[in-house]
Design a protein around this ligand. Structure first.
Ligand SMILES: *Cc1c(COP(=O)(O)O)cnc(C)c1O
Length: 812
């Protein structure tokens, strides 16, 4: 499109005139961003069209990834990188008096997700396009994404995220592909003269689902896939009908809003299910719109329905979109006259499911009454699936009522979504080796016994293009200089770096790059919080959702302990540290919000204290997001991955940080175990209870937090600071509930049990940090092995072992 800087400048200036009506001299950054977006989009559109045409002609099997969350972040920089336009655009903009970095900041994050699960979906789409595997996403175009977090007096306050307040430059609205989604009403059952049952849905309320397509650009391979985000709208007719039905005097606007609210908000709960009616509505909205859209594309191929599974794979990211199973059954049986058996065969062979957690509070269940009322026909189908499944269990083990009750899809007045997902799909995968083993041996053992072949592991991954090439260019350049650029398309080649393990100059340079990134991060911290941090200190980073099991409280208590030592023990020695936190708490998660208040309180006390002479700073960066992660990760020395063992299914933050040369301080949990296997004992700092020990305590009891408190003076002194008069409590009862969670309620997450071990490991890491050459070598070992976690590789395993799809080469 443009082969030189001059051509770009020409095209960009023209775009400014035609889209904004301005000359470069008067254009604002917002103007420049929008023109650049439009220009890039022109280029993308050609490849997009080409990809779609080629797929229509060649009819390869394609996967549709259904997810309630896509935590996309910004796209400008990544799209430029993938389109190979980065340097020309950067230089051209500079000549015109703009900075690309500043224009990137204009873009609002598409924060359509809570955390790891949503970011995984975004990484997977990037990888599918980049390795040329045909696959697209279906999600919801929430009008408000993940809330904006502000701090007021150190407390989290949530504000709506108006990410669409400026036009979103990447999306295309496609009203011609809109579909209707129906809720409520009742089902009229009848029989045809031939004796076939018919089901007619009546008296329903309907919402129009309008797709907004976002292009997903592959890395320098002409491939562009589609992330289809559905938005709820009301047609004039729908609104009128509803207004008429609901009282005949209904307020037009109220009814319009009630239909459209379906896609208003992302539910801000991570690893926790609220069980709200509107949430179930959202889930069905995504599923029904997505399944209708997929069936339309399939039917354009004019093939018999029986070949659906040969052309299409439907993947569900956690159970949130599990209604894909009964919805596809409905579409095949009610609308296409298929028999139950044939429809079941097609559904089961098309659908696959990823399990993301074993936390009880995160498992989705819905009250029967709610499902029946909101989705009457789907409920009938779920009942039938359950009925047939229970019968098959009975045949295998007649009389074993307990087993049947435990495995049933409908039991105790609830519909169990995970059970529906396992029964209605051909593949169930966990997201790290340990997690999958826990599923098979404990949480889903009974299902594993019934369907042993259905369960596999697919350890999560991250796209190294965003998380290294784009966010850490100095490091990427250093790597390329050393081993060439093959690693960008073959991330496992990062291993070639191991050849530099004893190269002093290289290790030295690695240290310099880290130092440079820390200076950038320090400037960002100063800008956001006005706190000055020492870039020579060890940057110890804990960034992720705020959750009991992620144990930010353990980190906070350790800081309180250090502070006390620094103040009271003149011979106490410590490597200077900067503790950096960023985390959002679910708005209704009281405990998590208290931990935020504790961290911000500690920060206020510590940062103000001249006694400790800047040996320690504590920073809480508000409003954690993808674009903030991109700023923090390159400047991190130590990556805190300290979840209670067995509770973190995989983690992906651990992978991003490792890829940027941070050393992990972690428990043997989730993918930390696999990081440990790769880098070896010396290049990771592990501590704490094992998952077996935690699970043993959980099932058999035997842990007493009180005993730990009584027997370890450091624990006692630290925990007491929460409630006794201390610089943190200042005599208030602010942190009483945190104290109670540890002592009165016996420390559900084994914080105190792991405390002594954590202190010792922190001490060791602080000492090792001073051995610069060794440290840099460990950092290199981490970077070199991180290619194993590139999502390109993960997605290839899904493709060959679950979806059975093959790459397609797009030719222009
Ligand atoms: C990667 C990422 C996460 C997941 O982090 P974990 O440490 O794996 O929980 C959450 N939020 C954002 C913004 C991320 O980029």
């Amino acid at each position: 499109m443009f082969n030189s800087k001059e051509e770009f400048i020409q095209a960009f200036s023209e775009k400014l005139r035609t889209t904004i009506g301005k000359e470069v001299e008067t254009a604002t950054e917002q103007d420049a961003y929008r023109s650049l977006g439009a220009l890039v989009k022109d280029h993308i559109n050609k490849n997009w069209l080409q990809t779609n045409q080629q797929y229509e002609k060649e009819q390869p099997k394609q996967v549709y990834y259904f997810s309630m969350e896509f935590l996309i972040g910004r796209l400008l920089g990544n799209n430029l990188l993938n389109l190979q336009m980065l340097s020309i655009v950067r230089e051209g903009l500079t000549d015109l008096g703009f900075s690309l970095a500043d224009l990137e900041e204009v873009e609002n994050d598409a924060g359509l997700g809570n955390g790891g699960l949503g970011r995984l979906a975004a990484c997977f789409l990037d990888s599918l396009a980049s390795v040329g595997l045909p696959g697209h996403g279906h999600g919801i175009r929430y009008r408000y994404g993940m809330f904006d977090q502000k701090l007021i007096d150190g407390y989290q306050v949530e504000l709506p995220d108006p990410w669409l307040s400026e036009p979103y430059v990447w999306e295309v609205r496609r009203p011609e592909d809109a579909v209707e989604v129906r809720f409520g009403g009742y089902v009229d059952t009848g029989v045809t003269p031939e004796g076939q049952l018919t089901f007619e849905h009546k008296n329903y309320e309907q919402v129009r689902a309008v797709p907004y397509d976002v292009p997903v650009v592959g890395y320098q391979n002409e491939t562009v896939h589609t992330l289809r985000l559905w938005s709820a709208e009301a047609t004039q007719d729908d609104t009128l009908a509803l207004a008429y039905k609901q009282s005949m005097s209904g307020n037009y606007l109220t009814h319009k809003r009630s239909l459209e609210e379906t896609s208003d908000f992302l539910y801000p709960d991570d690893s926790h299910e609220e069980g709200k009616r509107l949430r179930l509505k959202q889930e069905y909205f995504l599923v029904s719109a997505g399944v209708q859209s997929v069936l339309r594309s399939f039917e354009r191929m004019e093939l018999p329905l029986s070949s659906f599974p040969e052309k299409i794979a439907l993947h569900i990211n956690d159970t949130h979109p599990v209604l894909v199973i009964p919805e596809l059954m409905r579409a095949l049986i009610d609308e296409r006259g298929m028999s139950w058996e044939d429809a079941w065969e097609i559904t089961q062979s098309s659908v696959s499911y990823t399990n993301h957690t074993t936390l009880r509070e995160a498992l989705e269940t819905w009250p029967i009454g709610l499902v029946r009322e909101l989705l009457p026909r789907l409920y009938m189908i779920i009942e039938e699936i359950n009925e047939r499944f229970c019968q098959s269990l009975w045949k295998q083990g007649p009389g074993d009522f307990d087993r049947i009750a435990q495995l049933a899809i409908i039991a105790d007045g609830q519909v169990k979504m995970a059970h529906l997902a396992i029964v209605g799909s051909h593949s169930v995968n966990g997201v790290a080796k340990l997690h999958t083993e826990i599923l098979k041996s404990r949480e889903m053992k009974k299902f594993y016994d019934v369907f042993p072949k259905r369960f596999t592991n697919k350890t999560n991954g991250i796209t190294h293009r965003r998380w290294l090439v784009h966010t850490n260019q100095p490091l990427a350049d250093q790597i390329t200089e050393a081993i060439g650029d093959h690693w960008i398309t073959q991330p496992e080649r990062l291993q070639d770096l191991l050849a530099k393990k004893d190269d002093s100059a290289f290790l030295d340079q690695l240290g310099k790059v880290k130092q440079q990134n820390k200076q950038q991060l320090a400037a960002f911290i100063k800008d956001v919080t006005d706190i000055t941090v020492d870039t020579q200190s060890m940057f110890d980073v804990h960034i992720k959702r705020l959750h009991g099991y992620k144990r930010q409280l353990l980190n906070a208590l350790h800081i309180m302990y250090l502070y006390h030592e620094l103040k009271s023990n003149p011979s106490f020695e410590m490597t200077p540290r900067t503790f950096i936190f960023a985390a959002k708490a679910a708005p209704s998660y009281y405990f998590a919000k208290k931990v935020i208040k504790l961290i911000t309180t500690i920060a206020d006390v510590v940062n103000d204290d001249s006694d400790i002479q800047g040996l320690m700073k504590v920073v809480f960066l508000p409003n954690y997001s993808v674009s903030m992660a991109e700023k923090i990760i390159p400047g991190t020395d130590v990556s805190e991955q300290i979840s209670t063992a067995s509770k973190e299914a995989s983690g992906t933050g651990n992978m991003k940080l490792m890829m940027n040369g941070a050393l992990t301080l972690g428990t043997m949990d989730g993918a930390n175990v696999e990081i440990h296997d790769l880098v070896g004992d010396d290049a990771i700092y592990t501590f704490g209870l094992s998952s077996e020990e935690v699970l043993h305590y959980a099932h058999h009891g035997g842990y007493s937090a009180r005993k730990v408190y009584d027997s370890d003076a450091r624990v006692r002194r630290t925990v007491d600071q929460l409630v006794h008069y201390s610089p943190f409590s200042k005599g208030s009862t602010e942190f009483q509930d945190l104290y109670d969670s540890l002592i009165t309620y016996n420390d559900e997450y084994f914080v105190l049990k792991d405390f002594a071990n954590y202190i010792a490991t922190q001490q060791r890491i602080g000492y090792d940090y001073l051995q610069k050459r060794d440290w840099n070598m460990k950092s290199l070992i981490n970077i070199a092995h991180s290619g194993k976690f590139a999502s390109d590789l993960t997605i290839q395993q899904y493709a060959s072992q679950i979806w059975n799809i093959q790459p397609v080469n797009i030719v222009r």
